[in-house]
Design a protein around this ligand. Structure first.
Ligand SMILES: C[S@@+](CC[C@H](N)C(=O)[O-])C[C@H]1O[C@@H](n2cnc3c(N)ncnc32)[C@H](O)[C@@H]1O
Length: 396
């Protein structure tokens, strides 16, 4: 196991510090390149680069448990798997949890392809519930949309097996993106892959540029993607992803005494993740149109409310963590936010009532070096963001 190779090079005592000689260990070179592929199975509205959690977790001991209470598309959870570490990811967004789950299975591409074939050839229980309107007419070819809806309905009825979990991850990644000149990789008319365009502007754009949707056989795309993402997956480790609100107390089953928490809460000012990926939300059971109403979101409302709610999360996390657990938080704010986000994150930790002690805070790097989370969605927010990394330890 990879982690054993790393552990052999590190004195276990060193693992209690954030900065050790092991920081210079070239973990990435020990992981077969092909095994990184599955991490890219589907984009998510915000995500940090996998190098970030890998770099923090490379000094973890082989039996340490890892937690990400805002796991998004499961970058920390997949990094843990690559290092052979057990982990739990939590997110309140069903798309996030679906993508994370797709990164935890061990399966061959053929099993996923066969499952897709089986669903498409079975008409028995299909209710033919296909969304209608100008957006849907232009977003997908009619036959392609019918196939997408059939798979969607079948997966909503049952998504328990690894084959179905893998198929759902593949569909979420293939749902929309740029059209190719000759070869198609996505199912939609011309669209960005990271975020879903709002219906009105998508329709205006397609009409203005005379873009019509191509007829795409969903099985061909699933076949290609299953072979790309599931050809060489890392060894399975004990990992789970749960749909849960991190502000609420964690159920007993999370009581793992986590030693590492590597996470990134919603950025200040980012009120609604689901609006920006509403087509993927639709695929996992959401509305046929974006939901604009901000419903009880962590990052909405005043900075005071944000600090308080975030402090609840750190308190909950503390309850299920080891006495000397490490907490690493990547955090930032939208450029339009006038508040001091560094002080907000510090206050959230000090108000948490648990013993999280901040050891250092550093810049997350320049926007040129690819380390920032905001790089992933700059095209939709147009400006660079400030991001910091906060390192804290639990002291008791
Ligand atoms: C900055 S993103 C994390 C991205 C992640 N690091 C990745 O690489 O994909 C923040 C995540 O927090 C989730 N979130 C927001 N409020 C939450 C809550 N109260 N409980 C759990 N997750 C929440 C959002 O759905 C979003 O996926």
């Amino acid at each position: 196991m990879l982690n054993e190779k790393i552990a052999r090079k590190i004195n276990p005592k060193e693992t209690s510090n954030f900065s050790t000689e092991a920081d210079h260990l070239d973990v990435l070179s020990l992981i077969p390149k092909k095994q990184f592929t599955l991490n890219a199975i589907a984009p998510y509205y915000t995500m940090f680069p996998i190098q970030f959690p890998l770099d923090k977790l490379k000094i973890a001991a082989p039996n340490d448990w890892v937690l990400d209470p805002f796991c998004g598309r499961g970058t920390t959870i997949y990094a843990s798997r690559l290092l052979g570490l057990k982990s739990i990811g939590i997110d309140k967004d069903p798309v996030a949890v679906a993508i994370t789950k797709a990164k935890l299975i061990k399966i061959t591409p053929e099993v996923i392809i066969r499952e897709c074939e089986k669903i498409l050839s079975n008409d028995e229980n299909f209710t033919d519930n296909i969304p209608k309107g100008e957006f849907w007419d232009l977003a997908f070819d009619n036959d392609t949309l019918a196939q997408i809806c059939k798979i969607k309905e079948s997966l909503l009825n049952d998504c328990k097996t690894d084959a179905r979990i893998g198929l759902r991850g593949i569909m979420l990644g293939a749902l929309h993106g740029p059209t190719g000149k000759k070869i198609q990789s996505y199912l939609s008319n011309q669209m960005p892959r990271t975020y879903t365009t709002k219906p009105g502007s998508a329709v205006r754009y397609w009409i203005k540029h005379n873009y019509t949707p191509k007829k795409i056989n969903v099985l061909d795309i699933v076949d290609k993607r299953a072979r790309r993402y599931y050809e060489d997956v890392p060894k399975k480790v004990n990992s789970q992803a749960y749909l849960h609100d991190a502000r609420k107390i964690f159920p007993k089953k999370f009581n793992k005494k986590f030693r590492w928490i590597v996470t990134s809460p919603p950025y200040l000012g980012m009120n609604n993740y689901s609006t920006n990926q509403w087509l993927r939300e639709w695929f996992v059971g959401g509305d046929e149109k974006p939901e604009y109403a901000i419903k009880n979101n962590l990052a909405s409302g005043s900075p005071k409310k944000f600090e308080k709610e975030l402090s609840n999360v750190w308190r909950n996390v503390s309850l299920i963590s080891d006495n000397d657990a490490h907490l690493v938080i990547r955090f930032g704010a939208l450029p339009s936010t006038p508040y001091d986000f560094e002080s907000i994150i510090q206050k959230s930790l000090s108000y948490s009532g648990s013993e999280w002690q901040v050891e250092k805070i550093e810049s997350a790097g320049s926007s040129e070096d690819g380390q920032r989370q905001s790089n992933q969605f700059l095209s939709s927010v147009k400006h660079s963001m400030d991001e910091i990394d906060v390192y804290a330890r639990k002291v008791s």
